[in-house]
Write a protein that binds this ligand. Structure first.
Ligand code: SF4
Ligand SMILES: [Zn+2]
Length: 454
């Protein structure tokens, strides 16, 4: 993976390292770095030696873990670093990055990718001086000055390599290529085309599990984020990818197979009480049980009425805009103001913590692509606003007839203007939800409260 050409972009040569591959020596040479949960800490901007990706680079970077099913293609324990190492940059540097990880193991198939990704994220979680936010497809990492003399990019790869091989012994070979795109290496101009190709490759790889919610009797639940939000439960169905974006139905299934005592558990679907809202007896029972008896009912397809809870790690959110009785969408990388008059970061703070926030639901980019996306609220007929670049990115999933009728920050972030815009554009909400051309705002109950009986 050293030198190559991708999408017409020449990848500069790098330095190669060989990690220990003997099972008894996987962790050798890591003694000078703290590992474990007590090392989990935030790295502030003023403390960072280096930052990779994140908002400064509009998240145009990636971490891609790829399963190679053919033997002999993955060079075991090889790390190729292209660009400067941690101690070689000016303290406070920030660059985009592209991190490719290839995995081979007999019997390891695409079905296992998400599970191994999860293990990889876990392995890095307690590395001293390392902090990561965001998802694989939009990462944001920082490394503290305090470890700059000790931690290297190869050592970070070694931690993953050792951890993954320990917890998933079926993995036989792992190879890493990490591009730290300093200006000398090529900066964003090098990463952007790689990013485009990488995301395409990932999409092509995604299993075409053509399961529908109706095809299965079992959903899955996840409570990994309980430590941050004690009453929080995520519901994973074939059509609903939870908002952290890490786990799909298939990934949850594999995780339960490999780790039956873990945080992910099968959830009986039970009887369907309301197909449009995504209301099921089994889901209600499981959510009630796992939420410390705080949440009695959750609709899988609604942001407005009895949505599932939000811990805090959502990629994006849907939010109710009372002035137009519609829903807005935003994702983390949007740094402007929303029609609620606050930025996404502020909104995220208000709606996280694990209570049931009627009107607000964390969403993953992949869930927006689903046919059942916010079906209970009217789906795309109810969505009135989203950031321009998000709209562009998701264009193929937005019904053509509403695409131009959804406002962005380039049209307006003011609810009064938004109302005019929707009327002018004849957004379906005007016909379907407003009365005589006027929105009928709902009285949204407080978090944890109940809607009046209809
Ligand atoms: S957001 Fe949900 S699915 Fe994702 S890790 Fe947290 S609890 Fe699990
Ligand atoms: Zn979370």
């Amino acid at each position: 993976m050293t030198v190559g050409e991708v999408a017409g972009v020449k990848i500069p040569p790098g330095r190669e390292y060989q990690l220990p591959t003997d099972p008894d020596h996987l962790w050798d040479g890591l003694k000078d770095i703290g590992l474990g949960i007590r090392w989990v800490a935030e790295v502030k901007k003023s403390d960072m030696q280096i930052e990779l990706s994140g908002p400064k680079w509009e998240y145009k970077s990636y971490t891609i873990l790829e399963i190679i099913e053919e033997p002999g293609k993955v060079r075991n324990g090889i790390v190729t670093l292209i660009g400067p190492d941690i101690h070689e940059v000016e303290p406070g540097s920030s660059f985009p990055s592209a991190w490719d990880i290839k995995v081979y193991g007999q019997g390891i198939t695409q079905r296992h990718r998400e599970y191994i990704e999860r293990q990889m994220a876990m392995s890095l979680h307690g590395v001293e001086g390392y902090m990561a936010f965001g998802s694989f497809q939009s990462p944001w990492m920082r490394i503290s000055k305090s470890v700059a003399g000790r931690l290297t990019f190869a050592k970070l790869c070694q931690v993953i390599h050792a951890y993954v091989k320990t917890v998933v012994p079926q993995v036989e070979a792992m190879e890493f290529r990490w591009i730290i795109a300093s200006p000398e290496v090529g900066g964003l101009a090098l990463i952007e085309p790689l990013y485009k190709v990488g995301i395409q490759r990932l999409k092509a790889q995604e299993l075409s599990v053509s399961l529908e919610d109706e095809d299965v009797d079992i959903f899955y639940g996840c409570t990994i984020c309980k430590s941050l939000a004690p009453n929080h439960v995520c519901v994973i169905t074939p059509s609903q990818i939870p908002y952290c974006g890490i786990l799909s139905y298939n990934g949850a299934q594999v995780t339960v197979e490999l780790d039956p005592e873990g945080y992910i558990f099968p959830m009986r679907k039970g009887e369907c009480k309301d197909q449009t809202m995504g209301s099921y007896t089994g889901v209600d029972e499981a959510v009630y049980e796992r939420s410390n008896h705080q949440i009695k009912h959750a609709n899988v397809f609604s942001a407005i009425k009895y949505p599932t809870t939000n811990c805090g790690c959502f990629e994006g959110a849907a939010f109710y805009i009372p002035e137009v009785d519609g829903l807005g969408l935003a994702i983390r990388r949007y740094i402007g103001v929303t029609p609620l008059g606050v930025k996404f970061s502020r909104l995220a703070g208000m709606i996280s913590g694990g209570s049931q926030n009627h009107g607000n639901k964390g969403i993953s980019v992949r869930s927006i692509q689903s046919k059942t996306f916010l079906k209970g609220d009217g789906g795309w007929n109810r969505i009135v606003w989203m950031p321009a670049d998000m709209k562009k990115e998701l264009a193929e999933y937005i019904p053509e007839e509403v695409y131009d009728k959804i406002a962005t920050e380039q049209d307006t972030v003011d609810p009064v203007e938004l109302k005019k815009f929707l009327k002018e554009k004849k957004h379906p909400i005007v016909e379907k939800y407003w009365k005589d051309g006027e929105p009928q705002p709902l009285k949204v109950p407080l978090p944890g409260g109940d809607w009046p009986r209809e």
